[in-house]
Design a protein around this ligand. Structure first.
Ligand code: HAS
Length: 552
């Protein structure tokens, strides 16, 4: 049976991934709600549950599990739509990958809930979780690789059948994101397999802490682009379709994704600017490369403004800003994503501040960083995913996104925006004053520090109000998801949701942009330049390995 343009196999697969994503979203946001109340001393957890356990679950479930499962659902549905139905092998390997990813996730979650892994999502050594936590992480990554390679297999079949042609933009961007993900994971896989697992199972006595952190951040920064690029895919091809226009520039899109493959990886040291053991030269080099990876985001901003203005003028918008009013504000699929983009303006500016060597000294390890990631992954990425959910689930289930549900969706995105604005502003302000991150409630033992929390915006109450609004908004989203999945009326033939992909004129796009060998080759050269000597230093001049710490 075919619903819309997607075969039953892919429909079930994408829904399975979405189911996991939204289950993680619900539990993860509940953990977020608990956190804001614990941090303002309004809630004391029972003895069997501690703050760092909740914080670990919150970070993992939202930043890693929700995003990854959602992204694969989007890729699978979109690749089937863009390149045609999957063959049986592609489908089978996607399922195998999904099952391995899910098993890994369950193992990790069991370890965290069981109080065996309160190590936060960065699992910094020398904090040591139970060995099975790291096994779960390894399975999670392997599962995503299997799904990723299965999708690349589907793409290769298409390319063989369409020799000499550039692939559709959606497929190109999917493949670029998977390439970025696979190269990025090499760092975390090395750390987990060769450092954490032997250490946690007692095969070796100590761990090289700085090496493990460096391998983590080799992965950790491109990880943020693994979240961001699927959002950019929506901005580049889905938003123009909703606006009723075409992609602004095919070659610009491809070039920006290639730049992400090149520059998103050799930059991890900008998370370690305050750490000893890495010479300033290498930190400086990676800071410069970080400024290179800002360029494709600026290109994206340019391209989106151009798309909005051109379309707005086509629809009759006059004067300097007349086009703005012509945009389809009543369509929540558009408005959600527009707000997501707007949040990324301060989010991206904050990133540039973080990356500026000296200014990093002021904000590192403070609540500012928490504010930063709530207006990058927490809103631009998450709210783009919400905007996609509103049509993707009905597209997959054959139900209707009714007028009543659309109204609820508006309330949901507006409440999410208000909650995030309040919370992230409070976090930015508190961070500038010096409030640390990764800490439970503390009296600080000093009046000056307690005074940080007296400001209107930086008040603990503001944070708690914001956290509550966010949790209500998340619950509303889950309600909408359940409706779209099982309850909303079935769509008849004329009402079936489509998978909106704008047309893109590739006639002037240089073919070499899709020559992956060139880009993967250059990416590895840049990685080798940025990492070989500092990593060799960390191995050669390693201090004695650290023993385990379990502070919970
Ligand atoms: Fe970041 C820390 C630097 C982007 C996520 N970042 C983090 C952490 C997370 C995170 C999770 O250099 C914490 C990690 C931890 O736990 O320790 N970040 C950057 C830079 C960028 C950046 C330079 N970050 C992101 C994105 C994330 C993310 C994206 C998630 C998705 N970040 C850092 C640094 C740290 C850091 C340091 C370490 C701090 C420390 O010391 O610990 C850049 O990629 C940003 C470039 C973006 C732009 C914005 C372009 C704007 C666009 C929107 C256009 C809008 C339109 C709508 C068209 C230049 C594309 C118009 C609307 C109207 C209203 C007119």
């Amino acid at each position: 049976m075919i619903i819309g343009q997607i075969a039953k196999g892919e429909r079930k697969l994408a829904l399975a991934n979405l189911g996991f994503a939204y289950a993680a979203f619900l539990i993860g946001t509940l953990c977020g709600l608990l956190q804001v109340f614990i941090r303002n001393d309004a809630l004391t957890l029972p003895g069997w549950l501690d703050y760092y356990q909740v914080l670990t679950a919150h970070g993992l479930l939202l930043a890693i599990v929700f995003t990854t499962f959602f992204i694969f659902a989007f890729f699978q549905a979109g690749m089937s739509r863009a390149l045609g139905s999957f063959g049986p092998k592609v489908l089978l390997w996607n399922w195998i990958g999904f099952i391995v990813t899910s098993l890994g996730t369950l193992l990790v979650v069991i370890m965290v809930i069981g109080g065996q892994a309160s190590v936060l999502y960065t699992f910094y050594a020398p904090l040591q979780a139970h060995g099975l936590f790291y096994v779960g992480l390894a399975l999670f990554v392997i599962g995503t690789w299997i799904q990723g390679f299965a999708l690349i297999g589907h793409y290769r079949v298409w390319r063989k059948q369409n020799k000499g042609q550039l692939s559709p933009l959606f497929a190109f961007m999917t493949v670029a994101t998977i390439i970025l993900w696979v190269i990025a994971c090499l760092g975390v896989v090395a750390a987990v397999l060769f450092q954490f697992i032997p250490w946690a199972f007692g095969m070796v006595d100590g761990i090289n802490v700085e090496l493990s952190r460096s391998l983590f951040w080799y992965f950790g920064h491109p990880l943020v682009y693994f979240w961001l690029l699927p959002a950019y895919m929506a901005w580049y091809v889905i938003v123009p379709k909703i606006l009723g226009t075409k992609v602004f520039s095919d070659s610009l899109v491809r070039l920006s994704f290639v730049l992400f493959i090149l520059f998103s990886i050799p930059v991890g040291f900008h998370h370690q600017l305050t750490e000893p053991g890495i010479a300033s030269f290498w930190k400086f080099l990676q800071t410069v490369l970080t400024f290179m990876v800002i360029i494709p985001s600026l290109m994206t901003a340019f391209s989106m403004f151009a798309t909005f203005e051109l379309r707005g003028r086509e629809l009759g918008g006059k004067g300097l800003f007349g086009w703005f009013r012509k945009l389809p504000w009543k369509d929540v699929r558009f408005t959600s994503i527009f707000i997501a983009m707007a949040f990324f303006i301060p989010g991206g500016a904050g990133g540039i501040i973080n990356a500026s060597f000296q200014m990093n000294e002021v904000i590192h390890n403070t609540l500012w960083v928490v504010g930063h990631f709530h207006i990058t992954v927490g809103t631009p990425v998450a709210m783009t995913f919400f905007g996609l959910t509103f049509w993707l689930i009905p597209y997959l289930t054959g139900r209707r996104f009714t007028k009543a549900l659309q109204k609820l969706a508006f309330i949901q995105i507006i409440s999410w925006s208000v909650g995030m604005l309040l919370m992230s502003t409070a976090q930015h302000v508190l961070g500038l004053m010096g409030a640390p991150r990764r800490t439970a409630y503390t009296g600080y033992a000093h009046d000056d520090a307690l005074a940080w929390f007296d400001g209107i915006l930086s008040n603990h109450v503001t944070m708690a109000v914001a956290g509550s609004i966010l949790f209500l908004s998340a619950s509303l989203l889950i309600f909408i998801v359940i409706q779209l999945w099982w309850i909303a009326p079935k769509a008849d033939v004329h009402q079936v949701e489509s998978f909106p992909i704008a047309s893109s004129d590739a006639s002037a796009t240089p073919k070499f942009l899709e020559n992956w060998k060139i880009w993967i080759g250059i990416a590895f050269v840049l990685i080798a330049v940025a990492y070989t000597i500092p990593l060799a230093d960390l191995i050669q001049h390693a201090p004695p390995g650290s023993g385990r710490f379990q502070t919970w």
